[in-house]
Design a protein around this ligand. Structure first.
Ligand code: AMP
Length: 289
């Protein structure tokens, strides 16, 4: 049996573990997660394994990115199962800091990305991205990765982090990997565990609508947006938050006919669970390294 990865609980322990590899010129890959790991997370770990010498996975339910009334307390915490899932995946270090130590109450610094954090997810989660960018900056500072791996599933998040890394010259290459799905199409998410069997069935409307949008894509953003709104606006058990067709870089809604890259993004409540999903509107899903 392969050994479980080493676990560091403090920034000092991470730095101590990585000083040697960094001095030896080895490249570090970071996969930031909130745990409750599934195959989507593991796809990022495997990309990091293939792309860098030393793989670090952070497991941290970041309190800063949850708004009031969101599911911070209920969020699944499955640390032992997460370590088991990472065993045999070639992970060199798991960083799992204590929340009170890593996000101290007297911290006074926030990293804010302007513009890209205004719409879509931010419309209903106004403080979310500041929480993400602040903690990802801190993780980059602790781990000092050469590359960091994110899921296309959180489409706005990866665009915001990509922009932040560029604007602040963080020296981290942001790699985005495609959405991993269950065989019936549902995008894997740690929050899927909240869904009842009926809700899970209703949730399939999201991936089905996106697949239809991909198949029907002829460059007309207005038509595809209207299709998504029509389908998801009337799907049983689905309370649509937004359905948009956007420019993948600026995240601005596209209008009219468009021959460049486009991305469909949707968010909806199914029961009490808020789900997001996305699909590139071009022939095949490609990495945006
Ligand atoms: P989370 O633990 O939800 O914060 O997610 C950690 C990372 O895994 C983020 O970069 C997510 O975008 C990514 N991720 C989550 N679900 C999936 C999925 N179904 N496919 C690929 N990546 C995912």
């Amino acid at each position: 049996m392969a050994d479980a990865p080493a676990v560091a609980r403090t920034s000092a322990a991470v730095r101590a573990a990585l000083d040697g590899p960094l001095r030896a010129g080895r490249s570090i890959g970071l996969v930031p997660t909130m745990g409750a790991l599934h195959e989507g997370h593991l796809s990022l770990v495997r990309a990091a394994r293939a792309g860098t010498d030393v793989v670090v996975v952070s497991i941290f339910v970041n309190p800063l990115q949850f708004g009031p009334g969101e599911d911070l307390d209920a969020y699944p915490r499955t640390f032992d199962a997460d370590l088991a899932a990472l065993t045999g995946e070639g992970v060199d270090l798991v960083f799992a800091p204590e929340a009170t130590a890593y996000t101290p109450a007297d911290a006074r610094t926030t990293v804010h990305v302007v513009g890209l954090t205004d719409g879509l997810e931010a419309a209903s989660r106004p403080t979310h991205f500041d929480g993400v960018t602040t903690i990802v900056t801190k993780l980059f500072s602790t781990v000092r990765p050469h590359r960091a791996y994110f899921g296309e599933k959180d489409f706005q998040q990866q665009a915001v982090i990509r922009r932040m890394a560029r604007d602040l010259d963080l020296g981290v290459e942001v790699i985005t990997r495609p959405v991993v799905r269950d065989p019936d199409g549902l995008a894997l998410s740690s929050r899927n565990t909240y869904l009842s069997p009926d809700e899970r069935r209703d949730a399939l409307a999201l991936s089905a609508a996106l697949a239809a949008a991909q198949r029907g894509w002829a460059g007309d953003a207005d038509a595809t947006r209207a299709d998504l709104l029509g389908t998801l606006g009337s799907a049983p058990g689905v309370r649509l938050d937004y359905a948009e067709v956007i420019d993948p870089e600026t995240l601005e809604p596209l209008e009219g006919v468009h021959d460049g890259p486009a991305q469909a993004v949707v968010a909806a409540h199914v029961g009490d669970t808020r789900l997001i999903d996305t699909a590139p509107l071009q022939p095949a899903s490609t990495d945006r390294a």
